[in-house]
Ligand binder design. Structure first.
Ligand code: FAD
Ligand code: DHB
Length: 391
């Protein structure tokens, strides 16, 4: 096959890139190891920044968010006996939307299928070739096991943290930064109306807890747990009891309503950045280049922001052989990546119990400051609600 851009990975970054390129008249072929059903069912992010929603709307992909998304003005930050609302609209002039990654993925798949775009699911053996030349190509075996080759002007590595694109950059020309955290999240999805109108992020001596949601009838909740935690040690009753304690059930009349748990998983946490995000004709986007710990809801939004920069860069490279935007892509994208890396690390280390009592006092001091100082609150709001694309 010959196309303009070979895209590896059909997650949000890969499918959105294919969509934005098509709007600019650029053809692509997407290669994905998992099945369409597997990718669609993965329960992951839940919050879209305002710039992400603007981009989806401008790309003709906003109908789902507009019909099924829930616009939130801000979040609650709390610690024992205290709950404070931060209003992002008042503080930073922007809101966020609750819209699950599963819903966004479904919108992207629907748009891709309606346009008849080439997406190969269930592939194996993806390999990248001749990235240093103007004629790179990708090989793989399709779902029937038949060998395939895609020749393209550029390759977009949108294959997440475990795909082959990241390691296709020469090690001696690449820098990486990593931080592994000494705790994980136990996440549940529950068929029960949320007990809160907006998300609650809770500091508690037993560990962090968060109350999020997916819809008026589905709640999403998280608990800080030690690394290596087995979900078998957390029956539903134990989870709801821990959530009630950490989220402040009974505090000022607030109650947490438990319900049937439909999904339960443990998520380790990591910060990771690889630089540059480009080598020759290979361009990395989304989790393929960077990972953030989930506190602060940046992972999906960063993937969207990368692709918003990459699509016009590839458009100019492919159509006009003009490499100006492509050459600037990595540096431009990394400015926002590092801002979000810092914000995610900061939210994580402000809210999770490390076991060190000195850390705990610093965390409480920081929480008191961001909830009582307009300057402190505005800094959190500006970062959480999201910076403009191209920041
Ligand atoms: P991905 O969604 O990972 O997509 C990459 C795709 O590439 C995958 O479909 C994968 O199967 C495919 N692929 C891999 N290897 C190959 C190969 N060899 N050939 C072809 N295809 C390949 N972010 C938040 O903002 N909030 C959250 O609450 C949150 N929760 C998360 C929970 C979990 C368990 C995980 C893993 C991530 C979470 N994230 C969250 C992060 C967010 O989901 C990611 O940042 C987002 O999915 C990034 O999109 P992406 O398209 O870059 O990568
Ligand atoms: C969700 C996840 C996050 O990491 C976050 O900061 C907010 C919401 C969620 O899954 O809904």
């Amino acid at each position: 096959m010959r196309t303009d851009v070979a895209i590896i990975g059909a997650g949000p970054a890969g499918l959105l890139l294919a969509h934005l390129l098509a709007a600019d008249g650029i053809a692509s072929v997407v290669v994905e190891t998992r099945t369409k059903e597997y990718v669609a069912a993965r329960i992951r992010a839940g919050i879209l920044e305002s710039a992400s929603v603007d981009l989806l709307r401008a790309a003709g992909l906003g109908a789902g968010v507009d019909a099924g998304g829930d616009q939130h003005r801000g979040i609650y930050l709390q610690w024992p006996s205290q709950r404070h609302h931060l209003d992002f609209v008042d503080l930073a002039g922007r809101s966020v939307w609750v819209y699950g990654q599963t819903q966004l993925q479904a919108d992207l798949v629907a748009a891709s299928e309606a346009a008849g775009r080439a997406v190969y699911y269930g592939t194996s053996g993806t390999a990248l070739h001749d990235l240093d030349t103007g004629h790179p190509f990708v090989t793989f075996a399709d779902s029937a096991g038949t060998p395939q080759r895609v020749d393209a002007a550029a390759v977009a590595g949108c294959d997440g943290s475990f795909g082959p694109s990241r390691s296709a950059l020469p090690a001696d020309q690449t820098s990486t930064w990593e931080r592994v955290y000494p705790y994980s999240w136990l996440g549940i999805l529950a068929d029960v109306a949320p007990s809160t109108d907006e998300l609650i992020y809770a500091w508690h001596p037993d560990g962090f807890a968060m109350h999020s949601m997916r819809s008026a009838t589905v709640s999403r909740l998280y608990l800080q747990v030690p690394n290596g935690t087995d979900t078998a040690d957390w029956p539903d009753d134990r989870i709801w009891a821990a959530l009630a304690a950490r989220l402040g059930h009974g505090q000022d009349g607030w109650t947490l309503t438990p319900g049937p748990v439909t999904d339960k998983s443990v998520l380790p946490m990591r910060s990771f950045v690889q630089s540059p995000m480009r080598h020759g004709r290979l361009f990395l986007a989304g989790d393929a280049a960077h990972t953030v710990p989930p506190t602060g809801a940046k992972g999906l939004n960063l993937a969207i922001a990368d692709v918003a920069l990459l699509a016009p860069a590839l458009g100019r490279l492919v159509r006009k052989n003009d490499a100006a935007l492509a050459d600037a892509y990595s540096d431009t994208a990394l400015r926002r990546v590092w801002r979000c890396e810092h914000f995610s690390w900061w939210m994580t280390t402000m809210l999770h119990i490390s076991g060190d009592p000195f850390d705990a006092q610093l965390q409480l001091s920081q929480l008191r400051w961001v909830t009582s100082s307009t300057a402190g609150a505005a800094g959190l709001a500006e970062n959480y609600a999201g910076l403009p694309i191209g920041f």
